[in-house]
Design a binder for this molecule. Structure first.
Ligand code: SF4
Length: 385
């Protein structure tokens, strides 16, 4: 298959997750909605069901969710509920609601109340440990994942055996490795993998069974490896933020010859940086260890926060990937990202990395300001290179 054909397939899945959900249901599969962040999708897959990511929507308008949400909830959380209320996700067999930030915690209860009132679907509550690395944190995480596992077994009617979970961990590790490889190849071949294509390829992973997704992605990676490394004449940036998947916004990058060298985006690389150990006897502990081993994320407690390790990590991402600067997509009303920003800025300034901060949300329809900012930033980077 050609590069173009594979990318088009990913792009059509990324653009229409509702169809993907309908297709899985028509094939007799049960599907579980997975809200962000760090949902252990492996448990859903090992139960023989399809995990489907729910990271809001660039197309919908918040209407019914307003009844349940304070106006200062971010649009990602509000649109997750909107899609559960307005029928978009009615075919789901259940939804997992992690509670990792101050918006998602109350939101998990809004969703629980709304789904029960409307008799739509079971909700599965998930509280990750704040202290995830010590043994008590690992145990707490295993306990929480065990609750999720039991709820999924009830919905699927299948027992999640250790063997099925060990096999699933291998499927997911392989998928994460393929995505890590893809982002490197996308940097080497940024003339072919434009920002919109890069986003579509990574976004499709949230809506496909991981074995099928990985097979397609490995085929794409193999084709990309055959190409000569491109001699890019434009500028390169690292992107950071929660979600940067709006095609209109990413087109502005392309219009200004700005390529994405790497990312520090929760919806993209932060979701596949860390594998679960395959040599752990207890696969539930392996999943807890995978969560414990996550780092450099604004949503996770860092006992060494005074050292500003995350800021340095992001600054290094820019340098190591040959980028000239960083574009930070700041979700409106996102406390974790906003509170982290001064530390990130300090690390970037100290490392001499130029950056620009763009306020975005998923209800954004006018991109004039963003276009001006990206164009001006590209000019600055060009002048400095
Ligand atoms: S965008 Fe920020 S506030 Fe909203 S769910 Fe994500 S982390 Fe929480």
């Amino acid at each position: 298959m050609s590069i173009e054909t594979i990318i088009n397939e990913f792009a059509s899945i990324a653009a229409n997750p509702k169809k993907q959900l309908a297709d899985y249901k028509a094939a007799g599969k049960k599907v579980i909605g997975c809200l962000p962040y760090y949902t252990p999708e492996e448990l859903v897959y090992a139960a023989g069901m399809v995990p489907m990511g729910m990271w809001g929507s660039n197309k919908k308008t918040i209407s019914q969710a307003k009844e349940y949400c304070a106006t200062f909830y971010c649009t990602i959380a509000q649109l997750g509920l909107e899609m559960l209320l307005d029928g978009t996700m009615d075919q789901l067999d259940g939804v997992i609601t992690p509670t990792i930030c101050d918006t998602l915690r109350p939101m998990s209860q809004n969703i629980r109340v709304a789904m029960a009132k409307l008799e739509k679907m079971p909700t599965i509550f998930l509280a990750h440990p704040q202290n995830r690395k010590p043994s008590y944190g690992l145990k707490f995480c295993v306990d929480q994942y065990t609750n999720v596992k039991k709820a999924l077994e009830e919905i699927s009617g299948n027992e999640i055996t250790d063997e099925a979970l060990q096999d699933t961990i291998k499927v997911y590790n392989r998928s994460r490795a393929a995505r890590r490889k893809f982002v490197k190849l996308a940097n080497d071949h940024c003339d072919v993998i434009t920002p919109t294509k890069r986003s579509a390829v990574l976004k499709a992973s949230w809506f496909m069974l991981k074995d099928a997704y990985t097979e397609k992605l490995e085929a794409l990676n193999a084709e990309l490896e055959k190409l000569p490394v491109c001699d890019w004449k434009g500028t390169k940036v690292v992107t950071s933020g929660i979600v940067c998947d709006n095609p209109t916004l990413l087109k502005i990058f392309e219009e200004n010859n700005v390529a994405i060298a790497a990312d520090d985006v929760a919806h993209e690389s932060r979701a596949f940086r860390v594998d679960a150990p395959e040599d752990c006897e207890d696969p539930m502990m392996a999943l807890a260890m995978q969560f414990a081993n996550q780092d450099y994320c604004v949503l996770l407690y860092d006992e060494h926060s005074a050292e500003n390790r995350r800021g340095e990590f992001v600054a290094n991402l820019v340098k190591e990937n040959g980028a000239q600067g960083l574009i930070l997509f700041m979700q409106q009303f996102c406390d974790p990202e906003e509170m982290e920003y001064p530390s990130l800025k300090k690390a970037l300034d100290e490392a001499g990395v130029l950056h620009v901060k763009l306020g975005i949300d998923q209800q954004m329809r006018d991109f004039g300001q963003a276009a001006t900012a990206i164009q001006a930033f590209a000019d600055v980077l060009k002048a400095n290179s």
